[in-house]
Design a protein around this ligand. Structure first.
Ligand SMILES: C[S@@+](CC[C@H](N)C(=O)[O-])C[C@H]1O[C@@H](n2cnc3c(N)ncnc32)[C@H](O)[C@@H]1O
Ligand code: SF4
Length: 377
């Protein structure tokens, strides 16, 4: 980027003839109190049946597009046995032309990281590990139902480092009693973590946490506390050489998640598994979020209209360093440069234009929703 204010911004090469793949593994040893992702306790799911359905779903898909990223998310993909990992990748390699430099990520929970599984990940071509850390306080971890301790995170990150260089960690901002998470980020960086995703705690209806908060048994950080904690983290990570490339995502340069960047640059992707989504040929396809529905191959399909595309491009591009392409919006029928709000934000230096795109400056990321709302047609 030429603009000085955007010195942090890097270009992301987009390739129209490639796709990303997401695979959903919906097993967990135990449900964490805050989690609303589609995942089932191991005792409540027939995993053999699920893996079989997953392999069949992959088998039935066909495309000539090259695969540039693969992401195994969950649930807890680190609960997959080596044999299950091998069979999923055997099927993927049979069906898809996977780029030799593809970024291939697996989400792991510290307690299910094992050395022989790490070797199997390497063997199948996985090259990025995303670790669910959430906090490095044992009291906090216990209070949200995590099955690992701080000591185990340290031990497992050291083990992962023996095999992988590209390591990401998730932290949650806003957990009870946690005014700051920078000390955790500091420890994670010492342990070779190159990418941090920091999510603000969301309280989803009908989760255990939702009832605990309602009954005043759990007291999350208030909004001001969350903002302060977020600001501290942003400042800390910047000082330690991390690029903030999206509202919640930070990385050492070159370690940005290419899988996420594909989503945010409006790239195509295919999702396999219960509740997974695909975006292909101008359509969005959502697999059933219920196991029984998934086994019957139930899904919903939606055609993306021009209006939807304009909105999505603005929503995705403003929240990250990829920005929004002005000429694409124009082709879709929206001349944003004529918008009063746009001109005002530009004049006030909150958004910048460069090389046919506009960007929200990272210091305003936390207000991204406000800018998005004002810039939509
Ligand atoms: C697919 S989830 C879980 C990945 C993995 N199973 C784990 O627990 O570590 C990915 C991340 O979303 C975040 N997350 C899940 N539920 C959340 C919530 N209610 N509020 C904020 N972050 C949440 C957590 O940081 C989690 O690591
Ligand atoms: S946060 Fe991760 S381990 Fe916990 S229930 Fe959700 S998917 Fe499972």
């Amino acid at each position: 980027m030429k603009n000085e204010k955007m010195a942090d911004v890097l270009e992301f090469p987009t390739d129209d003839n490639s796709i990303s793949i997401y695979i959903h593994i919906p097993f967990c040893e135990r449900k964490c109190s805050y989690c609303a992702f589609v995942s089932f306790c191991l005792s409540k799911i027939d995993r053999e049946k699920y893996i079989q359905a997953l392999l069949e779903e992959i088998e039935s898909f066909s495309t000539v597009k090259r695969v540039k990223t693969i992401y195994l998310g969950g649930g807890t993909p680190s609960l997959l046995t080596k044999e299950e990992i091998f069979s999923i990748f055997r099927k993927l390699r049979e069906k898809f032309d996977i780029d030799e430099n593809a970024e291939i990520t697996i989400e792991v929970n510290p307690n299910s990281v094992e050395e022989d599984k790490l070797r199997a990940y390497k063997e199948v071509g996985i090259n990025r590990i995303s670790v669910g850390v959430q906090s490095l306080s044992n009291k906090t971890l216990k209070s949200i139902g995590r099955l690992h301790t701080k000591e185990e995170v340290t031990e497992k990150l050291k083990l992962i480092k023996k095999y992988f260089d590209n390591i990401s960690a998730d932290l949650i901002i806003g957990l009870s009693g946690e005014k700051s998470v920078t000390k955790y980020a500091k420890e994670l960086i010492k342990l070779n973590v190159k990418h941090i995703s920091s999510y603000m705690l969301e309280i989803h209806e009908n989760t255990k946490l939702y009832f605990e908060v309602r009954d005043k048994k759990y007291c999350p950080l208030d909004e001001i506390g969350v903002t302060k904690s977020y600001d501290k983290l942003v400042k800390f990570l910047k000082k330690h050489g991390f690029v903030q490339y999206e509202v919640s995502n930070f990385s050492v340069d070159g370690y940005q998640s290419r899988h996420n960047l594909n989503y945010w640059s409006y790239g195509e992707y295919v999702g396999f598994g219960v509740s997974s989504h695909s975006f292909l040929n101008g359509k969005r396809i959502a697999n059933s979020g219920m196991l029984q529905g998934y086994y019957k191959r139930e899904y919903k399909e939606e055609k993306i209209t021009k209006k939807m595309e304009i909105e999505e491009r603005i929503m995705l591009g403003l929240r990250c360093y990829l920005g929004v392409d002005i000429s694409i919006l124009q082709k879709l029928g929206y001349d944003i440069q004529k918008s009063e709000s746009y001109r005002k934000f530009l004049k006030e230096g909150e958004i910048v234009e460069d090389d046919g795109k506009f960007y929200l400056l990272p210091k305003y990321y936390k207000f991204a929703d406000y800018y998005i709302l004002n810039l939509l047609p």
